[in-house]
Design a protein around this ligand. Structure first.
Ligand SMILES: [Zn+2]
Length: 330
């Protein structure tokens, strides 16, 4: 048993990690909300390839200042309809995304994807036709099971931006494969690791890959539902795709695969570092206090996400050491 004093210190640090305030970061791709009172996200779709538009969120944590706009969403305009990739963190965001799409094209939204069940990716669903909202089966089930808890938490983190936001569970199931949607040649790839089910969309005409939260760019990955080894395998699968443009779940769009390698590097280091700390007999407080390698120092919210990840991942690493056969303990 560890001394009670150390347990208390670990608990204090754990509480600090869970309650850490949003960390201010330099602005990301979107302009700051012009005035919080107007609840205008200032969404400006950027055309990154023919018919492919992306809205890059800020590289921050959720806060009342950003209204939860820390996520990338996008849409693809085909010859007969529009595919929407994720709906953002709130009803207001969804409505403003829908309006932004309408400024680009009069075509109807024919498919609205939720790439995974995290709140910033599906809480804008109310603004879209319910019959168009689709996800992998496990994602729909997770939204049904956990959506309300996520929604309540988002009200706490982002405040009035969330007003009237309610969970809409995707009705349509996505099956992996290549097909024509809205006149566009697209492919659905079912992967996992960031969550139990992470949906990737390939637009074959432009070579654009919407990589969901399997890829972060210059922003520390979040791991509350992560299976790190599966996630690293998924990144290997993605790296083999013939992509010309990568749209990560968070961070800037990239013309090369460097964000995949960086995400993989970070995750590998994170798991190794936590496993080594547990094997060396460190407790959670000591693990939380370890410095990040300089190569990750430039990632937005790195310290904050490291603390969250240790809180999520350390107990299992510690258990694995304690449950290992005695000969493997030293
Ligand atoms: Zn996520």
């Amino acid at each position: 048993m560890k001394p009670v004093r150390r347990r208390a210190a670990a608990l204090a640090l754990l509480a600090a990690a869970l309650c850490a305030p949003a960390i201010a970061q330099p602005p990301g791709g979107q302009p700051a909300p012009s005035a919080a009172a107007s609840f205008d996200y200032g969404l400006r779709p950027r055309q990154v390839a023919d018919g492919v538009h992306v809205l890059v969120g800020r590289s921050e944590d959720f806060s009342p200042a950003n209204g939860g706009n820390i996520v990338n969403t996008g849409f693809i305009v085909g010859s007969s309809g529009v595919i929407v990739i994720d709906t953002g963190p709130s009803k207001r965001y969804g409505e403003q995304l829908r309006a932004a799409i309408a400024r680009v094209t009069p075509l109807p939204v024919v498919l609205t994807l939720n790439t995974h069940h995290h709140p910033d990716h599906f809480l804008g669903n109310q603004a879209f036709p319910p019959e168009t909202i689709a996800a992998l089966p496990q994602t729909a089930a997770a939204i049904e099971a956990e959506g309300n808890a996520f929604n309540e938490n988002m009200y706490r983190l982002a405040g009035d931006w969330m007003r009237d936001t309610e969970v809409v569970v995707p009705r349509r199931q996505i099956t992996p494969g290549r097909r024509t949607v809205g006149g566009r040649d697209v492919e659905f790839v079912a992967l996992g690791g960031h969550t139990a089910a992470d949906l990737v969309l390939i637009d074959h005409a432009s070579g654009t890959v919407f990589a969901s939260d399997l890829v972060f760019n210059h922003r520390a990955p979040t791991t509350p539902h992560a299976d790190i080894r599966r996630w690293m395998d998924a990144l290997e699968t993605l790296a083999a795709l013939p992509a010309r443009l990568w749209v990560p779940g968070h961070g800037e769009v990239s013309a090369d695969a460097s964000p995949l390698a960086a995400t993989r590097d970070y995750l590998g280091w994170l798991q190794r570092s936590i496993d080594e700390a547990a094997a060396a007999g460190l407790d959670m407080a000591e693990t939380l206090a370890r410095p990040l390698p300089p190569r990750f120092a430039g990632f937005a919210v790195a310290e904050h996400e490291y603390r969250r990840s240790v809180v999520h991942l350390f107990p299992a690493a510690e258990r694995a050491v304690l449950e290992a056969p005695p000969e493997r303990r030293d």
